[in-house]
Design a protein around this ligand. Structure first.
Ligand code: ADP
Ligand code: MG
Length: 361
């Protein structure tokens, strides 16, 4: 297990943590802090109580410059959460000379005067009130380089999606964006897809129970034959098939009936076209890669086929998230050849999955 020191935190930060009796980082802190230090945009999922606040605070604290004004903004769905996060940030920030402010609805805006007039490095707040202050020019967020949306799925469900998109448009163009979320909802994906690139970390995410998962073991050369046989027995309306390579996606589109390939090399106009055909049932199977799937908003589907096992375990969950939306039944089939076995085992272990084997003669 990595210590706070090994995560790359500054010495003074390490000292405060030990004074406050934080002995070692939680699992999520071990994962998130180094990623935030790299500067990558990030979406991560984790349960409540896993230590998210310190994860994003410590990840950014190293980079905050006490001489500049508001550089970090944390947007949260509720007033209570705003206050709670503010307290947690103050415990660490105080000793470092980092000032924290909180702005939330539910009280007269004039009462925010003290908060908006004092020097602040980290501003925490609910979306509506933050937007009000930005529009009134009472706070300046153009220098915000670290923008966190905590409990983003809840925030978007509460109708704050537009405000959050707006807030993002008002901060520095170079801002690093981080979303925490209990589950990856459509809205969360939609928001992330507005960013040029991002990393996804699923830490202790719960696998939806409405999705049935099965696999077929197959020698690499017999994959097509087995899959074609399987598809003849299966009822489905709209399927997405994931491959690990673009050329394979192309190749398979010629083999499988009612299928088209969509990947990073397909032109934007053609992509839009394909998606619309897929949505209207003119294409039954959309064959794609992780790269393309990430940059696209894809309608819910009733079957996911992992033609290849993804090399990064989190993509198994990501791919799966395209089915079983709105509590509808979902289905995931994975083809497992010898070369895939190790990666497949890793996925099963990481997410503690129960996947049933089906035999195709
Ligand atoms: P989450 O946002 O994931 O629900 P919080 O950030 O609110 O979780 O943290 C939950 C509790 O765990 C808080 O009381 C926090 O002070 C405590 N905590 C966080 N990180 C650590 C740590 N590394 N060691 C001990 N306690 C921690
Ligand atoms: Mg929290």
């Amino acid at each position: 297990m990595a210590s706070f020191k090994e995560l790359g935190l500054k010495k003074d930060v390490q000292e405060i943590l030990s004074q406050l009796a934080y002995q070692e980082p939680t699992l999520i802190q071990q994962k998130i802090i180094p990623l935030l230090l790299t500067g990558e945009n990030l979406l991560f999922t984790s349960k409540t109580g896993s230590g998210k606040t310190l994860a994003f605070l410590l990840g950014f604290l190293n980079k905050i410059n006490p001489k500049v004004g508001i550089q970090m903004m944390v947007v949260v769905p509720t007033r209570e959460l705003a206050v709670q996060i503010c307290k947690e940030c103050e415990r660490i920030g105080d000793a470092l000379g980092i000032k924290v402010g909180v702005l939330h609805g539910g009280k007269e805006i004039v009462k925010d005067k003290k908060t908006i007039t004092k020097k602040t490095h980290i501003m925490i707040g609910t979306p509506g009130r933050l937007v009000q202050h930005i529009n009134a020019k009472s706070i300046k967020v153009g220098d915000v380089r670290y923008l966190v949306f905590d409990e983003s799925d809840q925030m978007f469900d509460n109708g704050f999606f537009k405000e959050c998109v707006y807030l993002r448009s008002r901060v520095s163009k170079e801002a690093q964006i981080v979303l925490s979320s209990a589950t990856i909802s459509n809205r969360v994906t939609e928001f992330m897809n507005l960013l040029p690139s991002y990393d996804v970390q699923t830490i202790g995410e719960q696998i939806p129970k409405n999705i049935v998962q099965e696999y077929i073991r197959s020698p690499i050369k017999e994959k097509n034959e087995k899959l074609l046989k399987f598809l003849k027995t299966k009822k489905y309306d709209r399927a997405m098939m994931f491959c690990n390579r673009k050329d394979r996606a192309e190749e398979l589109a010629n083999i499988f009936p009612h299928a088209k390939a969509l990947h990073g090399d397909v032109k934007q106009t053609q992509r839009t076209n394909l998606l619309s055909q897929f949505k209207h049932g003119k294409i039954k199977v959309l064959i794609t890669t992780d790269v393309a799937a990430r940059g696209l908003h894809i309608e819910s589907v009733d079957m996911i086929i992992n033609y290849d096992v993804s090399r990064q375990p989190e993509f198994y969950v990501h791919r799966m998230g395209r089915t079983g939306r709105n509590d509808k039944k979902g289905y995931v089939l994975t083809l497992v050849c010898e070369e895939d076995q190790e990666h497949f085992d890793e996925i099963i272990e990481r997410y503690n999955l129960k996947i049933k084997e089906i035999l195709i003669a």
